[in-house]
Design a protein around this ligand. Sequence first.
Ligand code: FAD
Length: 400
Amino acid sequence: MSGTRAQPHSGFEARAAGTANGPLLVIGAGAAGMACALAAARGGAEVLLLERAADTGGTVADALIHTIGGLFDEAGEPVNAGLPLELIERLMAADPRTAPRRIGRTRVLNVDPAVYREVTRRWLAEESRITCLTDSEVTAIETRDGRVHGVRLRVGGGERRLHPRAAVDASGDAAAVRLVDPALVEPGEALAGLVVVVTGAATGALAFPKGVALIKHIRAAVAAGELPEACATLWPDSGIAADEVYLKLNLSAADFDGERMQGTLAQLLDWLRRLPEFAAARLGPCGRLGVRDGGRVRGRYRLQEADLKSARRFEDAVCAGCWPIEHWHPEQGIKLEYLPPGTRYDIPLGALAVAGIDGLYAAGKCLSAEPRAQASARVAGTCWGMGAGLGRLLAAGEVP
Ligand SMILES: Cc1cc2nc3c(=O)[nH]c(=O)nc-3n(C[C@H](O)[C@H](O)[C@H](O)COP(=O)(O)OP(=O)(O)OC[C@H]3O[C@@H](n4cnc5c(N)ncnc54)[C@H](O)[C@@H]3O)c2cc1C
């Protein structure tokens, strides 16, 4: 990676200054954006990876997601070869606690989000063709004759202009595509979530059947007014260290109030400490509010729930997905529907190509999809697959 933070060096400026053959612009350094940048760079493309936040890693690192889905199928076989497989290997080599794990009929990769951030950061740094700028974003995109022509960037406190060969919106909420035309983005339709880590729990505090009993106990406490309503859909999960428990609260992003949440968490901790397994519990790191569906682009194709259920194959497949439909409905809460056993569906390039604009793509959770199709395709491992597949095609010039 030839630069981090908001200070590109002159080598990048020289490479980026071209017009028709400017760099590939990837917006957002989360799962899909990092994978896209890495795959394109390995394919020989110069890549500018922009990240609005102060660090790379995206939702997995920022919202503390410790169970990466979509990397393995239900039999434990890797779903997508290439970078997603290399991600598994790198994460396992970096931390002996990283391991595949069964949850219901799914398999996830258990990983410490801090390890994920560090491993992916170092991986980006190995690629000399990637210039990564944090604290930076796209502020305008100009199209000409139905094609991306130029972009304006905020880079730290300054401004730059660029003529990218193509732009990939991997912002998670279609932030860049909105700049072209807000009508190209469908509104998000899922509950957000906040993850907080509790440390000091007794080993095996959630071992079967204790975890199920805890969930029932929490529901009863909410019903009795002992815990706030925000705990009604709380989902506890064992963590990475033996004394950790990850608590996932599921809420509407529009109603989220950080200060009120501090009070809720304090009340929850007090309540937990009355249970023998949590007598010595403390609040550990708290993630950023995670948005499951921040809006999906209108693409040349809209991935359908029926495509998932019928294991549909596409000629322009970019990667495969297999995660259940895990839809956190805004009013009705979680609705988990497993796909038929052995199902793998394709995600086509058409669902990543923004309708009517050549050279503009989306990858990751803001792909073009029905809400319930996105509720499967959004998991982090599948986002890695999308980004890697798209980056490879873009570097090879096999796209409009
Ligand atoms: C509460 C919750 C629980 C989840 N649980 C799981 C789970 O257990 N397992 C699983 O696999 N998945 C889970 N997911 C889903 C998964 O984490 C995300 O869908 C996935 O990581 C999204 O990856 P992405 O690359 O599309 O976007 P992100 O990882 O969100 O990356 C987008 C990046 O773009 C940056 N960005 C945004 N706007 C701009 C801009 N204008 N300019 C530059 N950069 C910008 C953001 O800062 C961010 O870094 C969960 C999600 C949530 C919210």
